[in-house]
Design a binder for this molecule. Structure first.
Ligand SMILES: NC(=O)c1ccc[n+]([C@@H]2O[C@H](COP(=O)([O-])OP(=O)(O)OC[C@H]3O[C@@H](n4cnc5c(N)ncnc54)[C@H](OP(=O)(O)O)[C@@H]3O)[C@@H](O)[C@H]2O)c1
Length: 254
């Protein structure tokens, strides 16, 4: 386990933890001593991630479900609150589940627009709301939402996706203003290009992605973002880094 168990005694929910940034974040927070509750749709993948965390001496509870479905979010929170290893509470929620979509307003697949907003915006907002209500009562807690550089600098190559990340940025800041007087921190992490399953799900290929990204040099592994989230969460309680934008050094856009 990690040298500094600085999150010992904390319980963290991580959505979208069956791959990529969420998987790396769950493992990182567990190594830092947190009990982690992991959520995603693919149960087999989630069970594997939980098994790997347990094999390293960590505590993990896998709760499969769809982060865009209200009943599944409610079930995630109920299971968390009744999990003895997590102390029957939670301190941290990383709202990471999400998906991309290649193309702009003119040429992205319109049949996927609804699904993208369901998970990236509505599901995220619902989890934000419920977690914040709970944390305000407890007068402490951390909410970290995954935005994107494309949610601050709109790109014509991923315009519809980018719009959902602009929405998350607005929601996170609006929420921060509501809950900061109650001791609750809200942070928005905006990664640049990270190699994960994201590109396949979004429909990127060599033509619409690979050639542009090749110019950026070395791009990120999910662990880079997991380390940044770990840093946000381990600052002193009176310090809230509200936003962090983190790009590979050679990434010129978006
Ligand atoms: N990769 C990048 O370049 C990049 C850059 C900026 C921001 N981001 C953001 O970072 C977050 C994580 O992306 P990633 O790169 O780690 O992608 P990824 O490897 O594709 O992981 C996405 C995760 O979200 C889960 N997920 C997707 N739809 C879901 C749903 N409806 N319900 C529950 N879970 C769902 C997936 O699990 P299941 O399929 O098992 O449900 C998976 O665990 C996303 O919000 C993405 O927008 C990524």
């Amino acid at each position: 386990m990690e040298k500094q168990r600085c999150l010992a005694g904390k319980t963290a929910i991580v959505t979208g933890a069956s791959s990529g940034i969420g998987q790396a974040t769950a493992a990182t927070l567990a190594r830092a001593g947190a009990a982690v509750v992991i959520h995603a749709r693919r149960k087999d993948r989630l069970d594997k991630v939980a098994g790997e965390i347990a094999a390293q001496g960590g505590k993990a509870l896998a709760v499969p479900g769809d982060s865009g479905v209200q009943a599944d979010i409610d079930r995630l929170l109920e299971k968390t609150l009744s999990w003895n290893d997590g102390g029957g509470k939670y301190d941290i929620v990383v709202i990471n589940a999400g998906r991309g979509l290649a193309g702009g307003i003119l040429n992205s697949d319109e049949s996927q627009w609804q699904d993208l907003y369901q998970i990236n915006v509505l599901g995220a907002a619902r989890l934000m709301r419920r977690a914040a209500q709970y944390m305000v009562q407890r007068k402490s807690g951390d909410i970290v939402a995954l935005g994107s550089v494309a949610g601050r600098n709109i790109s014509p190559f991923s315009g519809f996706y980018g719009s959902s990340k602009f929405a998350i940025g607005a929601l996170a800041e609006a929420l921060r203003r509501e809950v900061c007087p109650h001791g609750v921190r809200v942070s928005l992490a905006m990664p640049g290009v990270v190699a994960s399953e994201f590109q396949t799900v979004a429909g990127y290929n060599e033509e619409n992605f690979g050639k542009a990204v090749a110019q950026f040099g070395k791009i990120f592994e999910p662990q880079t973002i997991a380390d940044a989230i770990h840093w946000l969460l381990t600052l002193p309680p009176h310090v809230n880094v509200n936003e962090i934008m983190i790009r590979p050094t050679g990434q010129t856009f978006p």
